[in-house]
Design a protein around this ligand. Structure first.
Ligand code: CTP
Ligand code: MG
Length: 239
């Protein structure tokens, strides 16, 4: 029995707006995908890493993992072409994990600064008996619910102010019993996996499949690099 990780890096990064896929963009000289892989490796709890990559640039990713290992670590890496959606990429990654893997961490390369301790905490919670575990942070903004269908001249009417004390903003790595995640993905595909309906988060699929999902404390450093502002913020966090 061992823990594997699926690192999703097959997106294009359209909102970052660079000519190369987002995972290849460098943060202080190191590509996001390499940083994310090194932080997972440093957690000490992962024995195999599958990375989903854009199929047309497989070679550009291969050179980043010489000898099929995470640079500076022994952790073996398998690169697999991702799918059209993040959900499809995770499914492809799951299928490439060796049979002995019974616990899976799913992590976004875009959250490249998520510290090793976060992966270790999530993994320990799954090993401790929780079948689906996500790291998350309390929401600090005031949240309003609106009715977009009743918008007038660009203004949306507020229908409620949500009690934020019970809200959490979810991050990755998310941890699962492999069987539970595989089942959730199989059911997710049955419900439709088009761009518009695909899940943006694996815990959402698990929830929809009837799993109890558990939240453990997240980490500011697990922020997702989505826009150029996020990249600047990540640089600041590093310095
Ligand atoms: N991802 C993936 N396969 C896809 C889409 C996304 O593996 N078909 C990965 C991305 O590489 C990223 C993570 O899922 O690490 C989270 O997705 P997101 O931040 O949305 O990245 P992109 O889809 O690349 O960015 P954008 O939506 O701006 O194009
Ligand atoms: Mg995306």
């Amino acid at each position: 029995m061992s823990t594997g990780a699926v690192l999703t890096a097959a997106g294009s990064g359209s909102r970052l707006g660079r000519p190369v896929p987002k995972a290849l963009v460098e943060l202080a000289g190191v590509p996001l995908v390499v940083r994310a892989a090194q932080n997972l490796a440093a957690s000490g709890c992962v024995t195999v890493l599958v990375i989903t990559v854009p199929g047309h640039v497989l070679d550009d990713f291969e050179v980043l993992f010489p000898g099929g290992r995470v640079p500076g670590h022994e952790l073996p890496v398998r690169l697999v072409p991702g799918g059209a959606t993040r959900q499809a990429s995770v499914a492809a990654g799951l299928a490439a994990l060796p049979a002995e893997v019974d616990v899976v961490l799913v992590h976004d390369a875009a959250r490249c600064l998520a510290p090793p301790e976060l992966a270790a905490t999530v993994e320990a919670a799954v090993r401790g008996g929780r079948r689906a575990v996500v790291p998350a942070l309390p929401v600090t903004d005031t949240i309003k619910q609106v009715d977009p269908a009743r918008a007038r001249s660009g203004a949306e009417p507020v229908t409620a102010t949500v009690d934020r004390t019970a809200l959490r903003a979810v991050q990755t790595p998310q941890g699962f019993l492999r069987a539970a995640l595989a089942d959730a993905h199989a059911r997710g595909v049955d419900r439709g996996a088009a761009e518009s309906t695909a899940a943006s988060d694996d815990a959402g699929l698990a929830e929809a499949a009837g799993e109890q999902v558990w939240v453990v404390p997240g980490d500011l450093r697990a922020l997702k690099v989505t826009t150029p502002t996020d990249l600047a913020l990540a640089e600041l966090l590093l310095s």
